[in-house]
Ligand binder design. Structure first.
Ligand code: PEP
Length: 251
């Protein structure tokens, strides 16, 4: 049985005050979430604040990105070991905004995945197709290529210790959600592909859906057999909505 995971990607939003209110709101309602593991991914600079506020709580925290390098002359980068040092459990890699806005390709994403693992972080590997790729009928090819980059660098076993987030790019921040059936189809494809390498890894890995998941559509998406949680952008900035998604994952 895979424990559902609901992770909030706050992106480049927040201030000391707004993040205090957000975390206080999450903590105040967290007891209603009985089954899912809840995770927040603040902007780097606010991670220590969030870590201090979450001490003793069941909510974990992670980073939205990570360097592929361990240390040294890499101006502006944040090393995976630094994130582990301040208590991060997770690091998102290959988010579509990193891929499309900052030119991060499959090979670079795979190196970030490897670096995160080496430092003891759990990578949350984002995969997903553009609208034109879906329309061309190559969704599975795109997702397979993104997964293969990691499998060929790190081996299949590495995915058993990671999280995958299927995020159709056309659904991110657009208010257009994949239907539960559309999402399930790709999730099943991902699990089936992994099973072709190693059935135990495929059964174990949590595959999250991301793309305009919200309090209203979460229950249906999360009821699909291969959807093990959500990676949430916009709705994770509102405590009530984020918590409602967590509650929707209650057993
Ligand atoms: C995301 O950024 O990973 C995401 C899923 O965003 P949103 O929920 O806003 O579509």
């Amino acid at each position: 049985m895979r424990q559902p995971l609901v992770a909030g990607n706050w992106k480049m939003n927040g201030s000391t005050d707004s993040i205090t209110a957000l975390v206080d709101g999450i903590k105040a309602g967290i007891d209603a979430v009985t089954t899912a593991e809840m995770v927040v991914c603040p902007p780097y600079v606010y991670i220590p604040q969030v870590a201090a506020m979450l001490q003793g709580s069941a909510v974990s925290y992670g980073a939205q990105d990570v360097s592929d390098q361990e240390s040294g002359a890499f101006t502006g980068e944040v090393a995976p070991g630094m994130l582990a040092d301040i208590g991060c459990k997770y690091a998102i890699v290959g988010h579509s905004e990193r891929r499309s806005l900052y030119g991060e390709n499959d090979a670079f994403t795979a190196r970030k995945f490897a670096a995160a693992r080496k430092a003891g972080l759990v990578p949350v590997l984002c995969v997903g197709e553009l609208l034109e790729e879906r329309e061309e009928g190559i969704t599975e090819q795109v997702v397979a290529r993104q997964l293969d980059a990691v499998i060929s660098l790190e081996g299949i076993a590495a995915l058993g210790a990671a999280v995958i987030a299927y995020e159709p790019v056309w659904a991110i921040g657009t208010g257009k959600t994949a239907s539960p059936e559309q999402a399930q189809e790709v999730h099943a494809f991902i699990r089936g592909k992994l099973a072709g390498f190693d059935r135990a890894v495929a059964d174990k890995v949590r595959i999250l859906y991301g793309g305009s998941m919200n309090a209203g559509n979460a229950a249906q998406l999360l009821s699909m057999p291969d959807i093990d949680g959500g990676l949430i952008g916009g709705a994770s900035l509102k405590p009530a909505d984020f918590l409602a998604i967590g509650v929707a994952a209650n057993a």
